[in-house]
Design a protein around this ligand. Structure first.
Ligand SMILES: [Zn+2]
Ligand SMILES: [Zn+2]
Length: 239
């Protein structure tokens, strides 16, 4: 999908969220969607996270005039700030599910393009992108490491540096567990890669932010390795 040729323009593509056939470039502006694998109407249905009413640290919605959510006031995450562009629901959830479980790798490019629009405004410039690692088992199952695909594409789009600093031994699915147990699991599973040159500031990249346990654990490992500030950028947030 990287190189769009004549065929791509002439043949209708199939939207990975709703299955509808659509053509690129039919209307002005739609040529921007080339290769994004989502039809224009699904694309606008992704519910954006409202920047005005979210926790300054973890991005969950907060009442008006509240800056930091209750959870973040109780116990600090190891990362400075997490930003997600969409709520994990509807089309945005289908995008992630198709990406993760349908092995539609090209959706990584679509997500990266959305993340590119907020990267420069939200985080310190020059900080390298660090993908949240996938376990070997999930890479085998899917054929690729999800966050790495997004981070690599995002690095290309924004001229940022990509650094694979972390590795994970276990799969990440731990839905039934409490936050504390999730974090204990994530911490036990995550480690710095041997010889990793940890920068002072780093931006973790992931597809979805759920409880923050994995992001927190990644940030902890980077801080142990010498990072001073760790941020997180995700395509979607679950709340
Ligand atoms: Zn669609
Ligand atoms: Zn918060």
């Amino acid at each position: 999908m990287l190189h769009m040729g004549l065929l791509d323009v002439c043949l209708p593509a199939r939207c990975l969220a709703c299955g509808a056939a659509y053509r690129y470039g039919e209307r002005p502006g739609h040529e921007l969607l080339q290769g994004y694998a989502l039809c224009p109407s699904c694309r606008i249905q992704c519910e954006p996270v409202c920047a005005a009413n979210r926790c300054n640290v973890c991005s969950v919605p907060v009442p008006r005039f509240i800056v930091v959510c209750e959870r973040c006031r109780r116990e600090a995450f190891a990362f400075q700030r997490a930003i997600a562009v969409h709520r994990y629901s509807g089309v945005a959830a289908r995008v992630i599910e198709s990406f993760k479980f349908g092995s539609h790798r090209s959706l990584g490019r679509f997500m990266a393009a959305e993340l590119a629009t907020v990267l420069a405004d939200s985080f310190p410039s020059g900080a390298p992108l660090v993908p949240v690692p996938s376990s070997r088992a999930s890479v085998r199952r899917r054929g690729f490491a999800g966050a790495l695909v997004i981070a690599r594409e995002l690095a290309r789009l924004t001229d940022s540096r990509l650094q694979e600093l972390l590795r994970s031994r276990h799969a990440r699915s731990q839905k039934a567990l409490s936050y504390q147990d999730r974090r204990a699991n994530a911490l036990a599973s995550l480690s710095l890669r041997p010889g990793a040159a940890v920068p002072v500031r780093a931006i973790l990249v992931d597809d979805v932010l759920t409880t923050g346990a994995t992001a927190d654990s990644c940030a902890r490992r980077l801080i142990e390795g010498g990072a001073k500030e760790v941020f997180l950028l995700a395509y979607a947030i679950e709340y």
